[in-house]
Write a protein that binds this ligand. Structure first.
Ligand code: HEM
Length: 445
């Protein structure tokens, strides 16, 4: 992708083809000879896992779409007919539904890895922003997909989420009507959600290409946070990273398969086995687990914001909640500029490390609170955790850069590896492979 290529076609046809369309060269330079830091740990395998999950969701989704009818009187029945009458239809549906959850498990690990190792810092800001964009599109896709089986939670979830848009001053109602295709959730809504649910994964795939392109320009970080400095610091992507990624992938698939075959409904909601009924509101409308932290933030704002000592309301509680929820995602876009520390990896940032784990625990607790009704003790807890969420990004991150005294960092990746394994000779074990990697483009640093 960047730098000069080491690919040499070995056959006459290979050379002929390469002179006209260097496709194999692109693949070779990106996934074979591409040099990666030699100390990547398991948390760096989740990007590859995410790629597989995206493909898995697209393939299963396309087959399900062959049996699905996006029509309000038939949406529910067509899904259930598929699970009963189509060969492996039930597995297919479980695979797609559980797959959505697993996709989010992987993306949350991937994001938290980035936050821990400071992956978002210069020069990887665009790489990070593209990631946040992917995450946003994933959420939109998952939300619209959940509406398609047209069960009770699909219907009422759509009702709740689309009503957020009507909180926007002046244009809110119009925006909501466009989204729904009418005044209420109905057949037109189902149709456009189906259309968009089919489209968005391909947009995600397009952004993933940019994401990986940007990654190949800047190079990967590594647990030390120290940039690549010499050919000793890197190993070729194949076989080292490919084998490690493949091993992690197999472990991930085993967990995924366990859920698909033994507990496919565990992550879903029982109410979605009841057909949508516009006249019967479920007692608790809860979104899927991966939206719960944001649902807690939405409901934490139950007060109007106005001019003190007057009755003038500037932001009512509904708009306030929606703003807080969208800000919780928007703040991720500016993380590269909120973190003022010069040190990248939390391994050498003793204070940030503590705050990172506090933030992670707070995020999990927010998720739990999102599943609780907005009453009693849960409301002040939602407020406290929402406060901490923003406090972490807006106050702690910028201030730590000034106050924290980082630990001494290794001079290079090789130094860090040898400090851990003093018996190693620093060659990485594959001399001939290494030479190939050394000649290939290296990360800047
Ligand atoms: C479909 C979703 C995604 C796919 C397929 C994907 C793919 C990848 C791949 C293959 C890598 C390199 C391997 C690795 O470091 O794990 C990577 C790295 C990275 N991704 Fe993603 N990603 C996705 C979503 C995201 C999201 C949501 C974010 C952040 C909000 C993000 C931020 C990053 C960053 C900052 C790196 C560089 C890591 C480093 O070198 O330290 N990605 N991604």
């Amino acid at each position: 992708m960047s730098g000069h290529s080491t690919y040499q076609p070995t056959t006459a046809f290979g050379k002929w083809f390469d002179d006209r369309l260097p496709l194999y060269r692109l693949v070779h330079d990106s996934f074979v000879s591409y040099p990666v830091p030699r100390n990547l740990n398991t948390f760096y395998t989740f990007g590859g896992i995410l790629m597989l999950m995206l493909v898995s969701q697209i393939v299963t989704g396309i087959v399900i779409a062959m049996h699905y009818t996006p029509e309000a009187t038939m949406g529910f029945d067509s899904v259930h007919a598929m699970t009963r009458d189509v060969a492996y239809g039930d597995t297919l549906q479980d695979w797609h539904a559980v797959g959505a959850s697993m996709f989010f498990v992987a993306v949350y690990i991937h994001i938290f890895r980035g936050l821990y190792y400071g992956s978002y810092k210069a020069p990887r800001e665009i790489l990070w922003i593209l990631g946040v964009l992917i995450y946003l599109l994933m959420m939109a896709t998952a939300f619209m997909g959940y509406v398609l089986p047209w069960g009770q939670m699909s219907y009422w979830g759509a009702q709740v989420i689309t009503s957020f848009f009507s909180a926007i001053p002046l244009v809110g109602e119009t925006v909501r009507e466009y989204l729904l295709g009418g005044y209420a959730v109905g057949n037109a809504t189902l149709n456009r959600f189906f259309s968009l649910h089919y489209l968005l994964p391909f947009m995600i795939a397009g952004i993933v290409v940019l994401h990986v392109w940007s990654l190949h320009v800047t190079g990967q970080t590594n647990p030390t946070g120290v940039e690549v400095k010499s050919k000793q610091d890197v190993i070729p992507f194949t076989p080292y990273a490919t084998v490690k990624d493949a091993f992690a992938l197999v472990c991930f698939i085993i967990v995924f398969a366990y859920f698909v075959f033994y507990m496919p409904d565990y992550l879903g909601h029982a109410d979605n086995y009841i057909p949508a009924d516009p006249l019967k509101t479920p007692p608790h409308i809860v979104p899927e687990w991966y939206f719960l932290p944001f649902y807690a933030i939405l409901r934490a704002v139950d007060f109007n914001i106005g001019i003190p000592f007057t009755d003038i309301v500037l932001i009512d509680s509904k708009l306030g909640g929606v703003l807080a929820m969208f800000s919780a995602i928007a703040v991720l876009f500016v993380v590269p500029w909120l973190d003022t520390s010069e040190v990248r990896s939390a391994n050498y940032r003793p204070m940030y490390k503590i705050f990172f784990w506090l933030f992670a625990a707070n995020a999990v607790f927010l998720g739990y609170l999102g599943s609780r009704p907005a009453e009693g003790i849960w409301i002040p807890l939602m407020k406290l955790t929402t406060f901490w969420y923003f406090f972490h990004f807006l106050i702690i991150m910028p201030l730590l850069g000034w106050f924290e005294k980082p630990l001494p960092r290794p001079a290079s990746i090789t130094d860090a590896v040898l400090a851990k394994h003093p018996d190693g000779d620093g060659s990485g074990g594959g001399t001939s492979q290494l030479e190939g990697a050394a000649a290939a483009p290296q990360s800047k640093g």
